[in-house]
Design a protein around this ligand. Sequence first.
Ligand code: AMP
Ligand code: ZN
Length: 116
Amino acid sequence: MDDCIFCKIIEGVIPSKKVFENEDLVAFEDLNPVAPVHVLLVPKRHFANLYEMSSTPQGLETLNSLYKALPELVRACGLESKGFRLINNCGENAGQTVMHVHFHLVGGIPLGPRII
Ligand code: AMP
Ligand code: ZN
């Protein structure tokens, strides 16, 4: 999609530090990490947010593919023994800033208080 920063990263127009890729998704380091590991898990197909993604059969298939890849990604990031958070911000009230659905994989230190 034109004008989408993550589509441009997926196309290779904007550089990123990739840590994982398969036919459905790419994972790259967040530009402003909040922890030693802060990776964005991003489907190659553009959906604006998790609500839109999970509202279509294609989106649900992609979600399934994303969760299938999670163990390999977690191991690639060295997070399999100590754990991690997988966070999605969906829409305005959740503070989503990039309107191409993505999951933050965060870990590598104790992550502090939970709000939920
Ligand atoms: P969210 O606020 O949940 O939409 O998350 C968007 C995330 O994208 C933020 O954590 C940003 O730091 C990150 N981000 C924005 N632009 C880039 C970029 N070019 N490369 C890597 N991460 C980015
Ligand atoms: Zn996009």
